[in-house]
Design a protein around this ligand. Structure first.
Ligand code: GDP
Ligand code: MG
Length: 223
């Protein structure tokens, strides 16, 4: 009984993956949320992981580096994500196409079907041309890339704090809504079943390798 009460009183906990090119402001946004202050960030090697209590949910936020060596590894982190936050620098027009292609690649992965997407258009206090969220929606081809999932484009300034809380409030509302969490749960169960079927088709020694790989990945990305 005590155990059931503890489970009931426990906050929901979800893993949120923060991706985006190097210098877009991921680490600054994360620590702005955690401390309320603008930190002096240093380049992220690997990833930062912080627990962010937000309203009635606890978010395990993984801020993954966006350098050229890290981008090809993003796919390994995707497995754990209940939501994806993609951060871009609104003034870095030279890399907007790269952002579009990366978003397209992330969202086309079947294991991330249905997972909500928050696109943070950062450094908005310095925006050099007047833009609306519709412009970014179009530039990133979100209407077709998002494939029916819930998404939002949010202008943010980690420098001044504008939009930061608003962005994560939306994310938590979506994660907390029964509809989204039931949908994600269903998809995960489906993936698990599919995985089990594939594994049962191969011989038992290969099956062992597959099983131990999936446990290792889960552990290394969760710590
Ligand atoms: N002007 C401005 N600079 C920002 C903002 N957010 C981050 N920065 C700066 O952008 C640089 C890269 O930030 P960082 O958080 O390390 O980017 P990351 O590589 O995506 O983690 C740092 O010099 C930050 O101070 C913002 O909203 N406005
Ligand atoms: Mg960083």
């Amino acid at each position: 009984m005590g155990h059931i009460m503890t489970r009931l009183l426990q906050k929901r906990r979800e893993t949120v993956l923060m991706l985006g090119l190097k210098n877009s402001g991921k680490t600054t946004i994360l620590y702005k949320l955690l401390t309320g202050k603008k930190i002096l960030s240093v380049p992220t090697f690997g990833f930062n992981m912080e627990i962010l209590p937000f309203n009635d949910i606890e978010l395990d936020v993984m801020d993954v580096g966006g350098g050229e060596k890290m981008v090809p590894l993003w796919k390994h982190y995707l497995i754990t994500a209940a939501a994806i936050v993609y951060v871009l620098d609104c003034n870095d027009w030279g890399r907007m196409n790269e952002n579009k292609e990366l978003i397209e690649d992330i969202l086309s992965r079947p294991e991330r079907k249905g997972v909500p997407l928050l696109v943070i258009v950062n450094k908005a206090e310095n925006m050099t041309r007047p833009m609306t969220s519709g412009h970014f929606q179009e530039k990133l081809d979100l209407n077709s890339n998002t494939r029916g999932r819930k998404y939002k484009v949010q202008f943010v300034s980690a420098e001044t704090g504008t939009g930061v809380v608003e962005a994560f409030t939306w994310l938590c509302a979506v994660l907390g809504s029964g509809h989204a969490s039931r949908k994600i749960k269903r998809l995960r169960e489906k993936e698990k079943k599919k995985g089990a079927q594939t594994v049962s088709k191969i011989n038992p020694s290969e099956q062992k390798v597959e099983d131990s790989n999936s446990v290792e990945l889960g552990q290394s990305t969760a710590c």
